[in-house]
Write a protein of this length. Structure first.
Length: 64
């Protein structure tokens, strides 16, 4: 809903960080591109989006 700094962290079920994106994002829709080579494993992965005011953690499935 507003311009803010944010960090997106992708990690595996053991908590090992696989990829991290950090930057300043504008109000509205934003996206980041994750290359297949950045995520070297298949299965359930987790991602956490952190801003100064909020933290959200979700899961995703990587299938090759």
């Amino acid at each position: 809903p507003e311009d803010t700094d944010a960090r997106l962290t992708i990690y595996d079920v053991t908590g090992k960080v696989l990829k991290e994106f950090e930057g300043e994002y504008k109000k509205g829709y934003n996206e980041v591109q994750v290359n297949e080579s950045d995520l070297s494993i298949n299965g359930v992965l987790y991602y956490k989006l952190q801003t100064p005011d909020n933290v959200a953690t979700k899961q995703m499935v990587q299938i090759k």
